[in-house]
Design a protein around this ligand. Structure first.
Ligand code: ADP
Length: 311
C-alpha cells in the first residue's frame, strides 16, 4: 500500500502528561482520512506534529516514505480550527502575503487567488478589510489560502464549523474535488455525518491512544448488529409467526394494505445474508430488504465507552 503519511509509535509528553501514547497511523495516498476523538484526545497535538509546530518525544513520522523534515512544510496545507486573519489588512493583500509564505511567487499567487475568488464569486472582497467580513466569509478566504499552493497533504480541522449549510456543501464539494485531483486529506471533526459522507478511512483516538482505525465501510460492517429494514407483503397470522423467528424492533405504519414495514433484528437461528432472506420469504413476499449498518456516531460512542470501561 502506498501511504502518504505514516506515523510510527508516536509519543508526545507535556511535563508529566502523555498527550500521545505510542500512536501509529497510516494514511493512504489520495484518501480522505478522518482523525476522530473526544475533546482532549490528542488530535491537535498529532496535527501539530505533522505540521512541525511541535516534535514528538518518541517515534517517527514519514511523508511519502521520507522522514519528516523542513522540506515537507511546503507540501502541507493546514486549516486550523482556531483561525485568525489580520483584521486591518485588506483581503487580497493578506492572501497574497500568506501564499508567498508557502513558497508561491507573487505573480503566481495573484493568478491563482483571482482564479479561486472568481470560482467562489468573491472577487469584490479583494480590496475589503478583513474586519468587514463575517466569520464564514473569513473562513472561505482561509480555505483558499490553505489549498492555494496545491500541497500533497491537506489538513482541515473542523472545516465546516461556522458555515451555513450552503457554504458547507460548497466546501465539501471542493474537498472532494481536491481529492479527485490527487490530494490526500486529513480531516478532523466531531460531525460524524460528514465523516460517513466524505471519509474513506478513519482513526479514533481516545485519551492519547488510538483505539480504532480502518476503512469506514469495513468498520461499519464489523460493527453490524444484524439489523435489517424490511418491507413484506404478509398477513397478521404469518407476521405473528415471524415474530418467533426475529426480534421486531419497530413496525412502521404503512398505507398499502397487507404491506408491513419493519425494522428487525435477526436472531442467530435466522442465519445471515441469504438464509436470513429465506427466513423472511417464508412469511410473506419480500418487497424490500436492506441491512441497517450502525452509524459512525453510534460506533464512536460505543468504542469510546468500551475503552473507558476497560480501564
Ligand atoms: P484534541 O485536539 O483531541 O482536543 P489536544 O491535542 O489539543 O486534544 O490536547 C490533548 C491533551 O494535551 C489535552 O489534555 C491538552 O490539555 C494537552 N495539551 C495540548 N497542548 C498542550 C501544551 N502545549 N502544554 C500542555 N498540555 C497540552
Amino acid at each position: 500500500m502506498d501511504y502518504l503519511l505514516e506515523a510510527k509509535e508516536v509519543v508526545k509528553r507535556y511535563g508529566n502528561y502523555t498527550a500521545l501514547d505510542h500512536v501509529s497511523l497510516a494514511v493512504p495516498k489520495g484518501c480522505i482520512f478522518g482523525l476522530l476523538g473526544p475533546n482532549g484526545a490528542g488530535k491537535t497535538t498529532f496535527i501539530r506534529i505533522i505540521n512541525q509546530i511541535t516534535a514528538p518525544d518518541e517515534g517517527s513520522v514519514f511523508i511519502k516514505g521520507e522522514r519528516l523534515s523542513r522540506e515537507h512544510i511546503y507540501d502541507v496545507g493546514y486549516l486550523p480550527e482556531e483561525r485568525g486573519l489580520y483584521r486591518n489588512m485588506k483581503v487580497g493583500e493578506q492572501a497574497l502575503y500568506l501564499a508567498q509564505l508557502k513558497g508561491l511567487s507573487r505573480a503566481e499567487a495573484t493568478k491563482r487567488l483571482h482564479g479561486w475568488f472568481a470560482k467562489f464569486g468573491i472577487d469584490s472582497w479583494w480590496n475589503r478589510k478583513v474586519s468587514e467580513l463575517s466569520k464564514g466569509m473569513q473562513q472561505k478566504i482561509q480555505f483558499v489560502v490553505t489549498v492555494l499552493h496545491k500541497p500533497g497533504l491537506l489538513i482541515f480541522d473542523e472545516p465546516f464549523s461556522g458555515f451555513d449549510p450552503i457554504n458547507a456543501q460548497l466546501l465539501k464539494d471542493e474537498i472532494l474535488e481536491l481529492k479527485k485531483q490527487g490530494a490526500t486529506i486529513i480531516f478532523s471533526t466531531h460531525n460524524m455525518a460528514s465523516v460517513e459522507e466524505i471519509c474513506d478511512e478513519i482513526a479514533l483516538i481516545n485519551k492519547s491512544k488510538k483505539i480504532l482505525d480502518g476503512k469506514v465501510e469495513d468498520i461499519r460492517r464489523n460493527f453490524s448488529d444484524n439489523i435489517y429494514e424490511v418491507a413484506l407483503y404478509s398477513d397478521p397470522e404469518r407476521m405473528a409467526a415471524l415474530a418467533s423467528q426475529v426480534d421486531i424492533l419497530e413496525e412502521n405504519p404503512c398505507d398499502v394494505p397487507g404491506l408491513f414495514t419493519l425494522k428487525v433484528k435477526m436472531n442467530a437461528g435466522a442465519g445471515h445474508g441469504n438464509p436470513m432472506l429465506e427466513t423472511l420469504m417464508r412469511y410473506g413476499e419480500v418487497k424490500d430488504f436492506s441491512e441497517k449498518l450502525p452509524s459512525m456516531n453510534d460506533i464512536f460512542i460505543q468504542t469510546v465507552k468500551q475503552a473507558e470501561n476497560e480501564k
